[in-house]
Design a binder for this molecule. Sequence first.
Ligand code: KG4
Ligand code: ZN
Length: 333
Amino acid sequence: MAVILGIESSCDETSASICIDGEIKSNIIAGQAIHAKYGGVVPELASRAHQLHIIPTVDEAIQQAKIHKNDIDAVAFTRGPGLLGSLLVGTSFAKSFALARQIPLIEVNHMQAHILAHFIEEPKPSFPFLCLTVSGGHTQIVLVKDYFDMELLGQTLDDAAGEAFDKTAKILNLPYPGGPLIDKYARDGNPDAYKLPEPQIPELNFSFSGLKTAILYMVQAEEKKNPDFLAENMADVCASVQQRIVSILLNKLKKATKQTGVLDIAIAGGVSANSGLRQGLLEMGKQYGWNVFIPKFEYCTDNAAMIAIAGYHKYLQKEFVGQDIAPLARMHV
Ligand code: KG4
Ligand code: ZN
């Protein structure tokens, strides 16, 4: 039997999870509401909150899994990418725990873990598959050849898709994080109400900064005509923005399937919780004969279950690290 404790602390969520023989038994997430009033994550406040949350979160994960901490065989933690101060809290905790209990330590790449969240539950994709990983910090198309053998085929040249949602929300005077709110408003709106540009970016790369500027100019022009423009048209604006971001993502994914011939397609990361993206991917999958894999909502945004499952597969391969390991703000898949 293999009991893995997973720890995630890369951004503003402190999370701990217990995985027993590849099955997730608990996934506790402590969020940090404090950032909302600043309109984005404040790194110094994030690391202090992780410090407060880490021990109660781990205790709760152990309790909910109905095990004792002596039963844990290995501890897996997010090494990066992420905010260094935040990563340091999870890394230091994991190192101390492993040292005290004399158990192996496993480092996990956060971006790989988002993709490996697909191996938590059935249906699991088979290798090779393509994964569109879309979060607050990243937008990538990855060719996944094996659990830890991944090739980056394309990425954003500026803002990430989550950032495009969040920065647009700021223009629309919506609080942080704006992605889920745009999603909510978009449900009642007309996606064709406002025409927004689709950037022409070569190969499988993305760019979202031009779109953000186009939205800003559009809102400013409309507000000159009608100061209540946003209040009166929020649903239509959100639906139009969401449709454009989703179409940019899906068109590149279509290009990637043509380039690789791979028709097993997954999405991962916080933006994969977006209902427009989920719906659009299902429709496109039907049209082009893709096998589509969409994670459960709780495994889309940052969580430790994905770290624990990645850790479990490294545990099987005996891929352990020493106490001299340090977190990294930047890491590639
Ligand atoms: O993966 P994640 O939890 O954290 C990072 O590693 O960045 O992703 C967070 C991002 C935020 O930008 C948030 O606005 C976005 O995911 N997000 C959404 C939705 N839920 C979360 N964006 C659009 N629609 C959603 N439903
Ligand atoms: Zn993430």
